[in-house]
Design a protein. Structure first.
Length: 207
């Protein structure tokens, strides 16, 4: 940025969006917020991409209240959240174990005539399974199929992990077989989950 100024080249929206996204991915939200402020000082208008990066960065750093405020500001300016925005906020609520709020945002997706994607479903499924809400987790898998979004390895890992935490190794192994029958191959995360689950129920040979 300094080099651009020295060469009398004015940064534009793309420049700031790239900076903000990079700072957020580097978990430097403070720098991202400063870039966001500087962008506006220079008379440039943040767009949906700008807000998506910053909302996601705030949510990943536990600053959920700030993320919600930014969402409200974004909507107030007439910018329409897209599925990336929704995924970021759902992730923020799930990280805080605020499942009712996450579900409310999830339900709002279809009301806004948007389509949830695999990231949306997997984020919710993972959160439900970590909270021991397996019925809700499996219901989401059914919803994925209804939307013609096929569960991937991450989806199965969430469900298998939830079953293992409930010490239900039999159903977890059945789910592994189902995953393989659907043409998916378990990754190192899948097997680490199963090994850990077997050890916790005192069956190291199975592990």
């Amino acid at each position: 940025m300094k080099e651009m100024v020295a060469e009398k080249i004015c940064p534009n929206e793309v420049t700031f969006n790239t900076l903000i996204d990079g700072f957020c991915k580097d978990e430097n939200v403070l720098a991202a917020e400063k870039a966001f402020e500087e962008m506006q000082k220079q008379g440039l208008k943040p767009n949906t991409v700008t807000y998506n990066s910053l909302i996601n960065g705030l949510c990943n750093n536990g600053k959920l209240e700030e993320a919600v405020d930014l969402w409200d500001k974004m909507v107030g300016l007439g910018l329409k959240p897209n599925i990336v925005t929704y995924n970021a906020l759902i992730n923020g609520f799930c990280k805080k174990k605020m499942m009712k709020e996450a579900k409310k945002v999830f339900d709002d997706i279809t009301e806004q005539e948007l389509v949830p994607n695999a990231i949306t479903f997997n984020t919710m499924t993972d959160a439900y399974c970590k909270e021991g809400m397996m019925e809700e987790g499996f219901a989401l898998r059914s919803s994925m199929l209804h939307e013609e979004i096929f569960p991937n390895v991450s989806t199965y890992n969430c469900l298998i992990g939830g079953l293992c935490r409930k010490r239900d190794l039999r159903d977890a192994k059945d789910l592994l077989i189902e995953m393989e029958n659907n043409g998916l191959k378990g990754d190192v995360v899948t097997y680490n989950i199963l090994i850990d689950g077997s050890c916790k129920i005192g069956k190291p040979r199975n592990a």
